[in-house]
Design a binder for this molecule. Structure first.
Ligand code: GLY
Length: 565
């Protein structure tokens, strides 16, 4: 790989924290680009592209590498979504979201009085859905890879990273140290994530994961059966039995990723291709863009009061609909066509008061909604052939349940918390839950992950997505607006500070430096409640234009890295 791209990306990382005001140039490459939340994983992806692999080959290799180098979110024990637009014009979306185990039921997390038992859906063996990542990644490789690279070829780099180790960044060392007491409580986590002499991790320490290396080796040899059957499945079930978990051999053997019809929409000369349910992301990005087009959003300056007022009003209506209508389409009739239609957008947009905030309690929607997590990871890939891949994957909260499978070296997700444990009880993100997202055996929990591809006049334009739980959808929305109407380059679009609202709670969350003081005052006079927050998301994105392929690592996440060739 050309050293200059590493240097440029290092500049990016060194500027982390200076945010938008000092936004560096995006990384430019001629042929292909990978942007992920880990330097090592990005390098794995670029090496695959340089060997002549396509973007799907690289996406699979990056997915396995992130399971090693970004353990707080990259995973074997979680799930994800892949959205791809191939050079021949075809598109696919692959859903490898986790499923509820067969013994799960709607009141799984309630006590005898019908109250939610705190932590049960987050920090215990009961918190895990049946993992989907291994099946999804290998299905994508089999069906859409170049055919030039074998299963072993794309997993081997992850095996090497696990066995030989890699130097810990300051960011990862501190993340591991921060979860030390959680890891101490579980033998599998202790053996994988606590330093052998008990000292805190330090930047530069070599981090090896031998058990994980063995698990990856089994997958490289036996494919999905190396995970869903045999010794790894045995280890998962033993881990479940150690902590009253309910995932069985039959649950693992039954897991199947699924292709879904993408959600599509248009915004001026742009076509949006995004993830359908069980993601809520694609539906609501399209719904909000439809409303914003009716509200002539392009006529308003970036993050002025009229602009933010419009954003907030469409966000509150979309998230109210999310609460009422969104769930796993195999179990719930999600009205995608209605929600993404121009007629519905007109109806909603016409009801917006352009001068004052509508209190969320006055927005007619169900009294419930789903749960979201905040440790997820997004990566974007473009190859020399013109294939585009957008992947978001997660184990839900940071390091998932905190429980690693003893002897197998990977963390289990706590994705069950993305279901609605009980109508009307808000989750960590203040979201409410309802019937569409109630727990049922085999059902996928609702997600906000929004891997998205944008075409401009029919040509590849933007690959985008982000972690950030409920903020993912509005992050993707703002990056599309930043590039499409504010003509920012992709790094500016990603670095630009964000605002977020989600119906309930009825506030606008504001990143540092997102709004000028006079804008804050005007929004408050309109009736909005503003809540300053830290930064969120890590929207590793790629923009393609006549000058080349531009990668933008999001400096909000300390290890994000863009590189091309
Ligand atoms: N676990 C976060 C999400 O899927 O939205």
């Amino acid at each position: 790989m050309d050293a200059k791209y590493f240097v440029m990306a290092l500049v990016l990382i060194s500027l982390a924290g200076n945010a938008w005001a000092a936004s560096p140039a995006p990384v430019l490459a001629e042929k292909g680009m990978v942007v992920s939340d880990s330097r090592e994983a990005t390098e794995v992806g670029v090496a695959i592209l340089e060997r002549g692999g396509n973007a799907v080959d690289a996406a699979v290799a990056v997915g396995f590498a992130l399971a090693v180098t970004h353990p707080s979110a990259g995973n074997l024990g979680g799930g994800g979504f892949m959205v791809a637009h191939m050079a021949d014009g075809s598109t696919f979306t692959l859903d490898y979201r986790e499923t509820a185990p067969s013994a799960a039921h709607r009141d799984l997390y309630l006590d005898e009085h019908g109250e939610v038992i705190p932590g049960l859906s987050r920090n215990t063996h009961l918190a895990s859905g049946v993992p989907g990542s291994v099946d999804g990644l290998l299905r994508a490789l089999r069906d859409h890879g170049s055919g030039k690279l074998s299963q072993r070829d794309v997993i081997e780099p992850a095996i090497k990273l696990a066995r030989r180790g890699f130097p810990l960044s300051r960011f990862l060392a501190s993340a591991l140290n921060g979860y030390c007491s959680t890891f101490e409580a579980h033998p599998g986590s202790r053996e994988s994530f606590i330093k052998s002499n008990g000292d805190p991790w330090r930047a530069g320490d070599r981090f090896t994961q031998s058990s994980l290396g063995k698990t990856l080796q089994r997958i490289a040899k036996n494919g999905p059966d190396g995970f869903y059957r045999g010794p790894v499945a045995d280890a998962i079930v033993s881990e479940m039995q150690r902590g009253n978990g309910i995932i069985t051999h039959a649950d693992l053997a039954a897991y199947a990723s699924k292709y879904r019809e993408p959600v599509r929409g248009t915004f001026g000369e742009h076509e949006i291709i995004s993830m359908p349910p069980p993601s809520s992301g694609g539906v609501h990005v399209v719904q909000m863009l439809n409303m914003l087009a009716k509200l002539s959003i392009a006529d308003y300056g970036w993050n002025g009061s009229d602009y933010v007022h419009r954003l907030t009003e469409v966000q509150r209506r979309a998230y109210a609909d999310r609460a009422e209508h969104l769930g796993d389409p195999d179990f719930w009739d999600v009205p995608v066509t209605m929600l993404t239609s121009a007629e519905y957008a007109t109806e909603l947009a016409d009801a917006i008061d352009l001068t004052s905030a509508t209190p969320s309690v006055e927005i007619d929607a169900g009294s419930a909604a789903p749960r979201e997590g905040n440790d997820t990871t997004h990566y974007s890939i473009v190859d020399q052939f013109g294939n585009l891949v957008s992947v978001t994957t997660t184990i839900n909260l940071g390091f998932g349940s905190g429980i690693a499978v003893q002897g197998a070296g990977f963390l289990l997700n706590n994705e069950m918390d993305d279901f609605s444990a009980k109508p009307g009880v808000p989750n960590a993100f203040g979201l409410l839950g309802n019937e569409a997202n109630a727990i049922e055996p085999g059902k996928r929990m609702l997600s906000s992950m929004t891997p998205t591809i944008v075409l401009k006049n029919g040509d590849p334009y933007l690959v985008v997505g982000s972690p950030g739980g409920s903020t993912i959808i509005t992050t993707v929305l703002q990056i599309i607006l930043n590039t499409a109407i504010h003509k920012m380059d992709v790094q500016e679009a990603v670095s630009a500070p964000r605002v977020h609202s989600q119906w309930m709670p009825d506030v606008i969350a504001v990143e540092p430096r997102a709004l000028q003081p006079d804008v804050v005052q005007r929004l408050e006079r309109m009736g909005h409640v503003l809540e300053p927050r830290g930064k969120w998301g890590s929207a590793n994105s790629i923009l393609i234009n006549s000058r080349g392929v531009w990668g933008a690592a999001d400096s909000r996440q300390g290890n994000s890295f863009a590189a091309g060739y």
